[in-house]
Design a protein around this ligand. Sequence first.
Ligand SMILES: *[C@@H]1O[C@H](CO)[C@@H](O)[C@H](O)[C@H]1NC(C)=O
Ligand SMILES: *[C@@H]1O[C@H](CO)[C@@H](O)[C@H](O)[C@H]1NC(C)=O
Ligand SMILES: *[C@@H]1O[C@H](CO)[C@@H](O)[C@H](O)[C@H]1NC(C)=O
Length: 453
Amino acid sequence: MRHVPTVFFLLSTFLLAVSVESPPPPLFPDEALPTKSGYLPVKHAPGSSMFYTFYEAQRPTTTTLADTPLLVWLQGGPGCSSMIGNFYELGPWRVVSQATELERNPGAWNRLFGLLFVDNPIGVGFSIAASKQDIPRNQRQVAEHLYEALVEFTEQNPGFEHRPVYFTGESYAGKYVPAIGYYILKEKPNGKVNLKGLAIGNGLTDPVIQIRTHAVNVYYSGLVNAKQREELEKAQETSVALVKAQKWREAADARTELLKLVANMTGLATLYNTARSIPYRTDLVVELMNQRETKQVLGVSETVRFEECSDEVEEVLREDVMKSVKFMVEYALGRTKVLLYQGMLDLRDGVVSTEEWMKTMNWSGIGMFSTAERLVWKDGDGDIAGYVQRWGNLTHVVVSGAGHFVPTDKAVNSRDMIEGWVLGQGLFGGGNEKQTFSSSFTESLRVRLDSQT
Ligand SMILES: *[C@@H]1O[C@H](CO)[C@@H](O)[C@H](O)[C@H]1NC(C)=O
Ligand SMILES: *[C@@H]1O[C@H](CO)[C@@H](O)[C@H](O)[C@H]1NC(C)=O
Ligand SMILES: *[C@@H]1O[C@H](CO)[C@@H](O)[C@H](O)[C@H]1NC(C)=O
């Protein structure tokens, strides 16, 4: 029996070796991998490039991919990474409660369309800015860089040059989306990007009009009293006065102070969603992006440290924050379709904040739009999903039960909305004929797709 301890020792060493060497399950299941990811050089800024992840349509709407719509997603900030959109909002796989566990998104926006996430502008997320001087200081430069990156993307993917392109994004992308649309429509109408529409979620587009809605909005929501409302009105006007004096940085700082005041008075966990008891878990994406495996899978150098938002980019664009791009939306409406949607629970760039600047638009259709019927949108279960108003090229959608991150809060409804709008069907974008009161298009589509599986 003298050999027993030796045998036991050998056996346990063997078992230990096995358990150490068997690799942990991969963070990214094969199905969660992007179709492509990498860098798109920006010629205007030599040495700089934009990082992207691309997911091809799961069930393309057309027989050839060359005709399948392509959605481009831009995150806000200024300075925040589109990987938040990819892995926390609308991408096919997301982190929900744990950074090391990707879950399938039931409302992924790439069901019918290609989906391209771009870390925009350079210096954001995994994108590379050759120097601080190269980071865009205004929307015109943002658009120029982004356009170059997209041309590069089409050139790298033969057959993509005719795909209908829809720019989408949220928050500060309320500047970027109009800017790239305006640039293409005005300066590159026959260029390599086949622009078909612009969609903005909870956007900042006309800051002066928008910040003037904070006081009344929280007052009529019962979140502050009359005295606090007056205090907020004063804080709003401080920022507006600085805009009038063209002290852009100071005006942006005053807006930050105003939002801090709202946060302090209401005591809410986050102004992005009044119903949340904790802030949105974007920290999970930061943790996921900094895993070695993630960087390997996405083709990013392991030495790069991922940050949710770049302070440097935010600092450079501070000058731009309070400037309006409403005229770009007006210009676009005469030439392409525009979707403005907001989650109803957002206190930063919500419904009232958007309606106030929309109604001041210098666009020939605004009168007809204003008197168009606001329709009740119901989901597949017959529950209220939101409200839709539309005339001509303009569609406005209010999403119930959602805050600033609409796809995070209402995944399937947000997908139904974007699909209906892009395809120009159902409540979100058919002709101006008498509209139905339920989302029957998306319901029939769902039935059709389900029967395919
Ligand atoms: C609001 O600010 C005051 C004064 O600085 C502070 O005492 C209070 O705790 C703050 N309230 C919240 C909810 O942050
Ligand atoms: C709406 O956009 C189309 C292009 O999609 C354009 O031809 C039309 O003139 C626009 N309509 C209005 C009223 O501006
Ligand atoms: C409205 O836009 C038109 C061009 O589309 C322009 O000629 C006119 O001056 C604008 N009006 C205002 C009040 O900005």
